[in-house]
Design a protein around this ligand. Structure first.
Ligand code: GUN
Length: 174
């Protein structure tokens, strides 16, 4: 899909295509549609980063809170979004041993009790061992550091989702 095809989308089509580049946050796609025309994918990403960076801290926390747990209840029930299912699989989270699963669940619970939102990491850039190590390390952060760290991971997840859409949607089909 070319950037001209993106710029030609009406808001409904744009939201339906890009609504989940930030997990369960279609409001962000709806907001950045106003910034058309985009010059390229980097421009879309920059608009999105700018929108996220300008949110107050509770808005950033809200974005993190809209993410499912890694290898959590929704994953077990097969109820993740398509994107999250693929990402968790890419990290090997669908093939955790019982022991790894228990460790991840314990750390996830500890993390959420401390910060009030789930641990978010770009799963496609981290295999399961790195995810467990990252969780062990990041659970020791303070709230402000962790909110900003989580949001930077959201931007990485978003970039890969954006690139997937651009590659997988030839303009002619829209
Ligand atoms: N990293 C990539 N996708 C996800 C997700 O859906 N949830 C969490 N917690 N982290 C992710």
């Amino acid at each position: 899909m070319k950037i001209e095809d993106v710029n030609a989308l009406d808001s409904d089509a744009f939201i339906s295509l890009f609504g989940n580049i930030v997990e369960n946050c279609s409001l962000i796609a709806a907001a950045i549609w106003s910034s058309r025309p985009f010059s390229d994918v980097d421009d879309i990403q920059n608009q999105l980063n700018k929108f996220i960076d300008l949110l107050p801290r509770n808005g950033k926390e809200g974005i993190l809170r809209n993410h499912p747990d890694l290898a959590g209840r929704l994953a077990a029930a097969g109820q993740l979004t398509r994107e999250s299912t693929q990402e968790q699989k890419a990290a090997g989270l669908d093939t955790l041993t019982a022991e790894e699963k228990e460790k991840l669940n314990k750390l996830n619970t500890e993390y959420k009790a401390k910060f009030g939102f789930p641990f978010v990491i770009c799963a496609r850039e981290n295999k399961k061992d790195a995810i467990l190590k990252g969780l062990e390390h990041r659970v020791q952060n303070d709230l402000e550091t962790e909110t900003l760290t989580g949001v930077e991971e959201v931007k990485k997840i978003c970039r890969l989702r954006l690139l997937d859409i651009m590659e997988n949607h030839p303009g002619a089909k829209l």
